[in-house]
Design a protein around this ligand. Structure first.
Ligand code: ATP
Length: 578
């Protein structure tokens, strides 16, 4: 099996485990599902809460404002807000989302499906028809070359047959003569010029039109895609009883704007001094054209964002600090360095406002070998946001935002009209703060932790036979259940002891599970599969001799004996020290 097939098989197993064990369910499943929306089940909700909690604790609650943390240019304060999903519509005009928050979209003329233009080729490569054609043509996509010879013509005929079944929109199916004559023409005009596999496959898929080059086929049916056009990703709604343009509102596509519009409120109410950061966790909504890859690209998702306000002169140092610090956060929670990368955006990738942006990316199993998906973006946004909310209306021109000026050269319309500059009373300086924004997705992080945790090995069962075992090796801080309490058998006073310990753990605030059903080996495996780091077993020795229990470690499988009344402390200590 190729590495990519292994990876996609692994992803299928992860998705199946998520459903089987109650981590993630398809939204509205009994009605056939709602594309781009997901529900977290009993274990998933705990896992995701732990991800959010770890982020909030590490970024806000446990932050020490009295000393500069390692690597930071200075000490700083951290605080938080929780702002609403629907905001004044003008917020989105000033931020640029109203004019520019769009993806390029293409529609299939045959099957009418919509695709995000920059995802089309990726989706084509993943499609059944493309893979089948690639196989028929005997070429691996992008790696080998096919020449136009009789073999190619034969392949063309096979492709036509396959295409009819898998992708009725393909040109080779709709218009075989044109395709064949093009192949013959190509052979005549460039007899020594091999045809690349990509071109051959593209051509088998669509007709060449008006000499403009090869068209992009539809990932679904192989048909013709329209030219790319803009599609705004914001979900629209209306406030109040009437549905008119006057009361149109938007579900926020990011949590950040809630922080910017409250900048003055935070400064005035909490005595923070620059540099400081404001954190927020909350839902965001984007009407993604092609939601896919499980929860990775959803239409409703949760973000964990920090807007860090600093002096323009020191902003490059803060940018570097946050890039490194956020990368280290993922590794501290168990993501392997080899599957995580910090990628600086090239100049042409930068948003119109961005001075510098880096993405933290993870090698998800649903991606091809060597490809990574974004977990978090860290952007140096300069003073763009605060300035836009001061200056007001911006208009899109040539893909950039510009302030609309009146005949006197003044901004035509002042946004909030409020002064969002900052006065440093020690330096006696007024300036518009620069912003560093580490913006993470709670669902993508949760998915990365799930993928990273998934592990298979073999262990002996109760009878000593080797059995395959699936283990979710969650970092203990993230594990939905921290400890399982298991009486060895359902009698001889063991359940009573076990229940006592279970209740003590619960009262100490430790997520514990009690399980007395089935053989002990099977119970261990059940806990391994949901990622419980520790199991405590109450046996005959506990009841009859010395009140000690065994504590089993999920990863090392090591078992130690300790007095039952030390278990709560031991687990609390282990949780604190991980
Ligand atoms: P992408 O390029 O993948 O569309 P983005 O660069 O538009 O993402 P940002 O606007 O920087 O994403 O949003 C910050 C974070 O929010 C992302 O790093 C990601 O973790 C999360 N996020 C963004 N869009 C989605 C989505 N559709 N589904 C789940 N999480 C998302």
């Amino acid at each position: 099996m190729s590495k990519d097939k292994d990876r996609s098989a692994q992803m299928d197993k992860i998705v199946a485990l998520c459903k089987r064990k109650g981590f993630i369910f398809q939204n509205s499943e009994i009605y056939g599902g709602q594309n781009g929306f997901w529900d977290y089940g009993p274990l998933g909700v705990e896992l995701k809460r732990n991800v959010r909690e770890a982020w909030w604790q590490d970024m806000v609650n446990m932050h020490d404002p009295l000393d500069a943390p390692e690597g930071a240019p200075d000490k700083f304060q951290m605080t938080g807000v929780e702002t609403s999903i629907i905001m004044h519509p003008q917020v989105w005009k000033a931020s640029g989302h109203f004019d520019l928050f769009s993806d390029m979209m293409q529609t299939c003329r045959q099957c009418k499906k919509l695709f995000r233009a920059d995802h089309v080729w990726e989706m084509i490569e993943e499609s059944e028809w493309f893979q089948s054609l690639a196989k028929e043509c005997g070429v691996a996509f992008g790696t080998q070359l096919a020449t136009i010879d009789s073999a190619a013509i034969l392949q063309w005929a096979k492709a036509k047959k396959q295409g009819r079944r898998l992708a009725p929109g393909l040109a080779v199916v709709r218009n075989p003569e044109v395709t064949l004559s093009w192949l013959a023409e190509h052979q005549q005009s460039q007899p020594n010029q091999p045809l690349s596999a990509v071109d051959l496959l593209r051509y088998l898929a669509t007709e060449q039109k008006n000499q403009t080059g090869l068209q992009t086929p539809c990932p679904n049916c192989g048909g013709d895609l329209t030219e790319p056009r803009h599609f705004n990703l914001m979900f629209e709604t209306h406030t109040g009883a009437l549905q008119s343009d006057d009361n149109k509102a938007f579900l926020r596509p990011e949590t950040a704007q809630g922080i910017f519009v409250n900048f003055k409120n935070v400064v005035d109410s909490s005595r923070v001094k620059i540099p400081f950061g404001v954190a927020q966790i909350g839902k965001s909504f984007r009407n993604e054209i092609t939601p896919r890859n499980f929860t990775f690209r959803s239409r409703e998702f949760e973000q964990m964002e920090i807007e860090f306000f600093c002096h323009p002169d020191t902003s490059p140092q803060w940018y570097k600090y946050w890039r490194d610090r956020r990368f280290a956060w993922y590794t501290s929670l168990g993501i392997g360095n080899e599957r995580l990368t910090l990628r600086d955006h090239d100049a042409d990738e930068l948003s119109h406002y961005s001075v510098g942006t880096a993405d933290i990316e993870y090698q998800f199993p649903f991606m091809a070998e060597g490809e990574f998906g974004e977990l978090e973006g860290i952007a140096h946004r300069g003073d763009f946001d605060l300035r836009s909310h001061m200056e007001g209306k911006l208009q899109a021109k040539d893909g950039k935002l510009e302030v609309q000026l009146d005949e006197h050269g003044q901004p035509k319309w002042r946004g909030s009209g409020k002064d969002l500059t900052y006065f440093d009373d020690q330096a006696k300086e007024r300036f518009t703060p620069h912003v560093i924004e580490p913006s993470a997705g709670a669902d993508r992080a949760t998915l990365a932790f799930i993928c990273e945790a998934y592990y298979e090995d073999e262990q002996p069962d109760d009878k000593g036979n080797m059995q395959s075992r699936t283990v979710m090796r969650f970092h203990p801080r993230l594990a939905p259940i921290k400890v399982a309490v298991l009486p060895l058998i359902k009698k001889a006073g063991m359940p009573e002891k076990a229940k006592e310990l279970f209740r003590n753990l619960k009262s100490a605030g430790i997520a514990a599970q009690y399980d007395e059903q089935s053989a002990i080996g099977r119970r261990y495996r059940r806990q391994d599969e949901i990622g419980t780091p520790w199991c405590v077993t109450i046996d005959g020795q506990t009841v009859e001799e010395d009140n000690t229990v065994t504590l089993r470690d999920r990863d090392s499988l090591e078992q130690v004996r300790l007095p039952m009344d030390e278990v709560v402390n031991e687990i609390s200590n282990r949780l604190r020290s991980t």
